[in-house]
Design a protein around this ligand. Structure first.
Ligand code: CA
Length: 221
């Protein structure tokens, strides 16, 4: 899951990015609204954390512009101001949720996960694909009731495939959702993680669709 944080308070932005990265998210950070809109428009983000009071362009305008352009990426707005007016305006411009500063990191994380679940159209944090179970809240994976230990990146790759279970997911899509903007290494890194997942989960769990990508297979032969 790849997140964009648009927040001009650099210490707050950095601490959010550190926390969310430790949870296994790929996180990009920008500090002004214009850059935020630019990044959000061109990147494949699963969610945007958007401050309201920003240099360049405020969060309401960034969100409004994204929605006007047809983007349905979940937006969690942050603001220092507390009042019904702000909340209404934020939701009017197309934000999905709203958090008033100061907030606890635990609450932010819970809201982020709730929005991502809503996006995946699943009420449960547990994604079940055949005998494979991927718990997106605790980040635990079990296969036929046996726990499988994965690294943070392995989990993120598997989570992305599980959210799209049965569908073909391209290598570039996995790269965009699991690695952050700063990654400029070899795109074949995805293959390395797919190989590791196959070793741990069984070769037939993840199918290769030649020239198109990978597919998590529900029924293992
Ligand atoms: Ca601000």
């Amino acid at each position: 899951m790849r997140l964009l944080i648009v927040e001009d308070e650099k210490r707050l932005a950095l601490s959010l990015a550190r926390g969310l990265t430790a949870e296994g998210f790929a996180v990009d950070v920008v500090h002004d609204g214009t850059e935020g809109l630019h990044r959000a428009s061109e990147g494949s983000y699963d969610l945007i954390v958007l401050d309201i009071m920003l240099p360049g362009m405020n969060g309401y305008r960034v969100c409004g512009a994204l929605r006007a352009a047809g983007s349905d990426v979940p937006v969690l707005m942050l603001t220092a101001k507390d009042g019904e007016y702000d909340e209404a305006e934020g939701l009017d411009t197309g934000a999905d949720d709203y958090l008033t500063k100061p907030f606890s990191y635990v609450v932010l994380l819970a809201r982020v996960r709730a929005l991502l679940r809503r996006r995946a159209r699943t009420a449960s944090p547990v994604l079940s694909v055949g005998e494979l179970s991927v718990d997106t809240a605790t980040r635990r994976v079990t296969l036929e009731d046996t726990e499988v230990t994965l690294t943070a990146k392995e989990f993120s790759v598997l989570e992305h495939l599980a959210l799209r279970a049965g569908e073909v997911v391209s290598k570039s899509e996995i790269l965009e959702h699991v690695w952050d903007f700063a990654y400029d290494g070899d795109p074949n890194i995805v293959e390395v993680y797919i190989s590791a997942l196959r070793r741990k989960l069984g070769a037939q769990t993840i199918g290769t669709v030649r020239g198109a990508g990978y597919r998590l297979v529900a029924d293992r032969a």
